[in-house]
Write a protein that binds this ligand. Structure first.
Ligand SMILES: Nc1ncnc2c1ncn2[C@@H]1O[C@H](COP(=O)(O)OP(=O)(O)OP(=O)(O)O)[C@@H](O)[C@H]1O
Ligand SMILES: [Mg+2]
Length: 263
């Protein structure tokens, strides 16, 4: 009998898998994951996004999608698509306002289904939107899935950076390549006068942390009201205002990530 951890395996029909992560909640993982996925799609890559947040799925809202997925002839979940990106989320499988009140085993079962029972139909890249923390879901994904890399999201605040370091250590421990860090809400850009205010602390905190942990700084996304509004109305910035400076920042990060994983 084979012992130890299960072997890592790829996700069927998917060339590259990239996880967007942070041990801290609410720092913009889902917002950045979806805008990166949309940027990959705009660059002509067949793209999917997998919402690995079982308790608080965000992708249905961010992509303005709902409804139960169909099953394919081989009993696999068929992803729902919008703006050229395929997606799968626990949010499609349970009614919107129902809380998922599950213990570990049920969560693991749902995660297995999301990871291995979706008919992606051929993707160049799949973005994984991870839940906050360094618990069961993160461990299962890092130990079972062949990840091409992880992107860490943090604000420049010390409180957030401390948690980001936990995420960095987790990926290092399980030998997942760290592609770099995205500094989110790096500064507030006043929509009236375009002046920049570092609400969550100096950008120097981020560069210091990157230096210390030998992390690449992939880019800085400003704190801007329209990033939040675009997300809420289910039309993320990259598709809502593709010509904006903000959308261009997402595009630049996606291009850098694409190069790093050999897309
Ligand atoms: N750069 C930004 N500018 C303005 N608002 C932002 C920005 N990034 C994220 N937000 C907003 O911050 C909130 C949290 O973002 P999001 O849900 O993406 O974070 P998260 O890290 O995925 O959270 P969770 O840990 O709960 O999964 C949302 O309301 C989102 O619209
Ligand atoms: Mg999220």
């Amino acid at each position: 009998m084979q012992r130890g951890l299960p072997q890592k395996r790829g996700i069927r029909d998917v060339r590259k898998v990239v996880a967007v992560s942070s041990a801290k909640g609410g720092v913009g993982k889902s917002t950045i994951a979806v805008n990166l996925a949309l940027s990959f799609a705009r660059n002509g890559h067949r793209t999917g996004i997998l919402d690995a947040d079982i308790f608080g799925p965000s992708i249905p809202t961010l992509l303005n999608l709902s409804g139960e997925p169909r099953l394919s002839s081989n009993n696999q979940l068929v992803p729902l698509s919008n703006y050229g990106v395929k997606s799968m989320s626990m949010g499609y499988l349970i009614p919107e306002a129902s809380p998922v009140a599950w213990r570990g085993l049920m969560v693991m079962k749902a995660l297995q289904q999301l990871l291995h029972e979706v008919d992606w139909g051929g993707l160049d890249i799949l973005v994984l939107d991870l839940p906050p923390g360094t618990g069961d879901v993160q461990l299962t994904i890092t130990q079972q899935v062949n990840l091409d890399g992880a992107i860490i999201i943090s604000t420049p605040q010390d409180l957030s950076l401390k948690d980001a370091i936990k995420g960095v250590n987790l990926f290092q421990k399980v030998s997942v390549p760290l592609l770099g860090l995205v500094s989110n809400m790096s500064a507030f850009i006043c929509p009236a006068c375009s002046s920049s205010h570092p609400i969550f602390g100096s950008p120097a905190h981020i560069s210091e942390m990157c230096r210390e942990h030998q992390l690449r700084l992939l880019g800085e996304i400003p704190l801007h009201p329209s990033i939040c509004e675009d997300a809420d109305r289910g039309k993320p910035t990259v598709v809502a205002e593709p010509e904006s400076e903000r959308a261009k920042k997402f595009e630049e990060i996606a291009t850098a990530v694409g190069k790093l994983v050999g897309l």
